[in-house]
Ligand binder design. Structure first.
Ligand SMILES: Nc1nc2c(c(=O)[nH]1)N[C@H]1C(S)=C(S)[C@@H](COP(=O)(O)O)O[C@H]1N2
Ligand SMILES: [Mo]
Length: 501
């Protein structure tokens, strides 16, 4: 007969729930390490959550947490999961059945998340299955050993089991981590060495920026902004990388890394921009990209007339649609960045770069598949989530300094402006809505890059509002109409308030 004395103490109930869940995550991680890091049910749920998150929330997360958005998501998920675990434990003080049901339901979620990931194979379900079994087993074991009355012998068994499970969790978690990183992508990258372009980009002239009043013209690989949907960066070794080119072509092609590297490499200085960049935001950077013009690679394939979309897919299943005309005009299959092979986070071994188009419609990292099709036939990742099919970069400008405060008198305002493929013709600055003052423009590097500017304003002590606006070389002056990044890029003039002393 069960009576109330037979119930688990709340602490032990919570402990059984938490150990069960952590064991589940660790076991899944271990098996995923053997198969594919993204098969880890915890990551699969996170990746699916990213795909399912409504765009306004996604935009808000990028704006609020920047590149830490994914870490915040993982921590949030961990907190929710531990909350469930504690609750499942508390519901199970009398019998392990309720907790077992919760474990099966959460386990099933992990299973579904892994099954619907486009980037995971069939074997990947072994990871969430391992989680499910480990979770249920550990929970029921700890539950059984926690039952009162607890004599000293039983207490010892309980402590021993706890210690054993905690050690097992540590070994499984660590093992999964080690196994997962055994694809030695850094080793593969290091083995490539320097990439020397046959056609280097022109030297960046000293007058290309006004550091420290403006951002530096070339962004280091470390500081280059990063945006992608990948919770764990795809690990593709150059030796294993294969690019398939198919669809509306005369001849299908399969290219390997050496095929690309053997071709004469060109270097292009390009400013990449994210469509999610808010007015004044920093999702924009400039690099010397090294690669091969896609037009040359595609000459062998022969693109059939009638296809207007190059539909590219990355190793992790992300997709992107780019107008064929832009690709043939200036698309690059890039393998290097600032003299080095692409950093892993920026698409190693190969990515696409197309000046003048926002990254979401042009800059596929870890690209493994290129299909010629039409915009009518196929929709890429962000289109299904409400963003526009076409994403030409809008003429924009940003104030870099001063931000916050300045000394009264002559105040030099500095910043950047961009209108990739069109070039910047003019930037103007004004304080407190007064007349526009033309800025001095830094030396132009190319139409495909940003351009730095600075201007002197005379400011008295007090609060002042500074604004800037750019005019591109087609004569278009950026609009003051404020628009959100969704669906095709933010508009409006960057406005900063400073206090002058
Ligand atoms: N595989 C993959 N490629 C991707 C993305 C992605 O989510 N996955 N994001 C795109 C977006 S939205 C942008 S702005 C650029 C950013 O490139 P970066 O991270 O090298 O700056 O990559 C593009 N390529
Ligand atoms: Mo982006």
């Amino acid at each position: 007969m069960e009576n109330s004395d037979n119930r688990l103490s709340p602490w032990r109930a919570v402990w059984a729930g938490v150990l069960g869940v952590v064991a589940a995550v660790a076991a899944g991680h271990l098996v995923a390490g053997l198969l594919d890091g993204n098969a880890s049910p915890f990551l699969a749920v996170g990746n699916t959550a990213i795909d399912l998150t409504p765009d306004p929330v996604k935009d808000w997360a990028i704006a609020t947490f920047g590149t830490a958005d994914k870490l915040v998501l993982l921590i949030g998920m961990a907190v929710v999961l531990l909350g469930f675990a504690a609750l499942a434990g508390l519901l199970s003080r009398r019998s392990p059945a309720p907790g077992t049901v919760v474990a099966v339901v959460v386990g099933a979620l992990g299973l579904i998340a892994v099954m619907i990931r486009p980037d995971l194979g069939q074997l990947a379900i072994l990871a969430p299955l391992a989680s499910l079994f480990a979770g249920v087993f550990v929970f029921r074991l700890m539950h059984r050993l926690s039952r009162p009355p607890i004599e000293s012998a039983e207490r010892r068994k309980f402590l021993q089991a706890s210690a054993g499970v905690v050690a097992g969790i540590g070994v499984a978690g660590l093992g999964g981590q080690l196994l997962g990183s055994r694809t030695d992508v850094e080793g593969s990258r290091a083995a490539i060495g320097q990439l020397t372009p046959a056609q280097p980009a022109p030297q960046i002239p000293a007058g290309a920026d006004f550091v420290p009043r403006t951002t530096r013209f070339l962004t280091s690989n470390r500081d280059f902004y990063r945006i992608d949907t990948a919770l764990s960066v795809p690990k593709v070794r150059a030796e294993d990388w294969v690019l398939r080119i198919h669809g509306a072509v005369d001849k299908e092609l399969t290219l390997r890394y050496e095929d690309i590297r053997r071709l004469p490499l060109v270097e292009r200085t390009v400013t990449l921009t994210c469509v999610s960049n808010e007015i004044g935001g920093d999702l924009i950077s400039t690099s010397n990209f090294i690669g091969v013009p896609l037009k040359e690679i595609l000459a062998d394939a022969g693109v059939k007339p009638g296809s207007d979309q190059l539909f590219s897919t990355s190793a992790d299943g992300w997709t992107c649609g780019t107008p064929v005309a832009d690709i043939l005009d200036r698309g690059l299959l890039a393998i290097g960045m600032n003299g080095e092979p692409l950093p892993v986070e920026h698409g190693f071994p190969a990515r696409m770069v197309v000046p003048g188009l926002y990254g979401y419609v042009s800059a596929t990292k870890w690209v493994v598949d290129i299909e010629f099709t039409t915009f009518a036939d196929k929709q890429a990742y962000w289109l299904e989530r409400g963003w526009a099919a076409r994403g030409p970069i809008k003429t924009q400008s940003r104030i870099d300094t001063p931000r916050g405060s300045a000394q009264a008198g002559k105040v030099t305002v500095g910043g950047v402006a961009w209108a990739q493929t069109r070039g910047i013709a003019k930037v103007e600055v004004r304080a407190d809505g007064r007349e526009w003052i033309p800025a001095r423009l830094a030396t132009e590097v190319s139409l495909d890059t940003w351009r730095m500017w600075e201007a002197d304003l005379e400011l008295a002590p007090g609060e002042h509002t500074l604004q800037c606006r750019a005019t591109d070389q087609t004569g278009y002056t950026q609009t003051d109409v404020i628009a959100d990044p969704v669906p095709d890029g933010a508009t409006g003039w960057h406005t900063v308030t400073i206090s002058v002393r």
